[in-house]
Ligand binder design. Structure first.
Ligand code: FAD
Length: 466
């Protein structure tokens, strides 16, 4: 037996949920231990948000380097050294994961490498290859994240890839099949299409990016089709995969017809499942749904009062910023502050072409709830900066409460939608009205003016459209 090490707050998992929770708990005076079995930064920094955005931006540069003829630019012999792209991407990841380590140490958080397993509601065992150590804690925050779902007919292999596999290819594939037109499939499909790969997207629903309004997802679809090397099948069921000499052959069914396609790889992105099955949670009686989602209250507390859960393992959109937000709430509750989760201001973004972003209510959601609303739209095509960027595809829609103009939601499709959505999140959090945004001076010429103009539309006095 070993001597248990005592700590105040024990955090399991160092993704964007766990590491943020650990830092905030330490800031509030707790003695904090964080346990990580893999790499600091979790999925997001190592094999999710960051490397995917790195790949997307490299692919976009390659594509625009070749296709800026409209602006009078033509370039010959634009080449890409994919191993260099991968090296650069790895460098970005390394900077950030190293940064997380520095931040944890700077906040005096003890970092423990190994896999944590609950013994009881105040004890975990942490095991690594050749040792085991017991920790006693007053409070624990579980932040173990999620992993890709595997389809029984598509066992992961050298050629049947999950998102991690698709992010770490050594060469640009000639042809790639993507099963699942959600945000991961669409983002990675777009990136490889920009690198020149022929891409076939198979989506079971009637639209790709089904979580977004059709007006938005159809812009993305139209753009993908315009590339010329992307095929999209909706209402398509992937059936099976066979390895061939040159790669793989995927069979799928669309409109009652069986089709097959040969490719180098197939990327399967059909959702993720929570990492709650190998934690010993039954030992402590933490309540979960039958899908393994841990049930929490508004303070991120499980049914066991000193155990909290955050991030991909709890209800809600599996997004990094949601995990971090919940991490701060859990840490503050443990630190004795008043905090509780309120998801209205949580944005969701797809780094597609154009980018899509939403925060708060959509028009349809507001109507479903019986709210009397105004939906005011402004097109990127009427904005000088968008024209100067030669990137005018898209619109901003502002959803406000009719009685008083309160901003309750916004959706953006267009260049930099991912950054622009922050202003609308702030407006919602701060309880601002359309008039407040309309009277805020936005620099000219910027995409931010689109937000101001949509607010002017909402209050009935737009300057730049009639
Ligand atoms: P994770 O990041 O999954 O971290 C959990 C950590 O816990 C892991 O490091 C794991 O090793 C560790 N762990 C698990 N079990 C144990 C144990 N028993 N003991 C010790 N450690 C353990 N989200 C966005 O918001 N924006 C994006 O652009 C975006 N892009 C994405 C792209 C891809 C390809 C993928 C796959 C995901 C993307 N996401 C994005 C989602 C985002 O990565 C997740 O929502 C986020 O990482 C969840 O954070 P988390 O802290 O809950 O868990």
């Amino acid at each position: 037996g070993d001597f248990p090490i005592e700590t105040d707050t024990l955090v399991i998992g160092a993704g964007p949920g766990g590491y943020v929770a650990a830092i905030r708990a330490a800031q509030l005076g707790q003695k904090v231990t964080i346990v990580e079995k893999g790499t600091l930064g979790g999925v997001c920094l190592n094999v999710g948000c960051i490397p995917s955005k790195a790949l997307i931006s490299a692919a976009h540069r390659y594509e625009t380097a070749q296709h800026s003829e409209d602006m009078g630019i033509s370039a010959e012999n634009v080449t890409v050294d994919f191993s260099k792209v991968q090296e650069w991407k790895a460098g970005v990841v390394k900077k950030l994961t190293g940064g997380v380590e520095g931040l944890l140490k700077g906040n005096k958080v003890e970092i423990v490498r190994g896999e944590a397993y609950f013994v009881d509601n105040e004890t975990v065992r942490v095991m690594d290859e050749n040792s085991a150590q017991t920790y006693k804690f007053k409070n624990a925050i579980i932040a173990t994240g999620s992993r890709p779902i595997e389809l029984p007919a598509f066992k992961y292999s050298e050629r049947v890839l999950d998102s991690t596999g698709a992010l770490s290819l050594k060469d640009i594939p000639k042809k790639l099949v993507v099963i699942g037109g959600g945000y991961v499939g669409t983002e990675l499909g777009t990136a490889y299409a920009n690198f020149g790969t022929e891409v076939v997207i198979l989506e079971a629903a009637d639209e790709i990016l089904a979580g977004f309004e059709k007006q938005m997802s159809s812009l993305v679809k139209r753009n993908l089709k315009k590339k010329g090397n992307v095929e999209i099948f909706t209402k398509a069921m992937a059936k099976s995969v066979e390895e061939t000499e040159a790669g793989i052959q995927v069979t799928f069914e669309v409109k009652g017809e069986e089709k097959s396609v040969e490719a180098d790889y197939v990327l399967v992105t059909v959702g993720r499942r929570p990492n709650t099955d190998e934690l010993g949670l039954e030992q402590v009686g933490v309540e979960m749904t039958d899908r393994g989602i841990i049930k929490i209250d508004k303070q991120c507390r499980t049914n066991v009062s000193n155990i909290f859960a955050i991030g991909d393992i709890v209800e809600g959109p599996p997004l990094a910023h949601k995990a971090s937000y919940e991490g701060k709430v859990a840490a503050e509750v443990i630190g004795g502050e008043h905090a509780e989760i309120d998801y209205l201001g949580i944005p969701a973004v797809v780094f597609s072409e154009p980018e899509l972003a939403t925060v708060g209510y959509t028009e349809a959601q507001a109507k479903e709830e019986g709210l009397d609303i105004t939906a005011a739209k402004f097109p990127f095509a009427a904005n000088g900066r968008a024209l100067a960027l030669n990137n005018t595809d898209g619109f901003l829609k502002l959803v406000t409460r009719k009685e008083d103009g309160l901003v309750i939601g916004a959706q953006i499709a267009g260049p930099s939608a991912s950054d622009m959505i922050a202003e609308l999140g702030l407006a919602i959090e701060a309880g601002m009205t359309a008039a407040d945004i309309a009277m805020t001076i936005h620099a000219h010429p910027t995409l931010g003016e689109i937000t101001m103009e949509a607010a002017e539309v909402a209050i009935g006095s737009p300057i730049h459209i009639v």
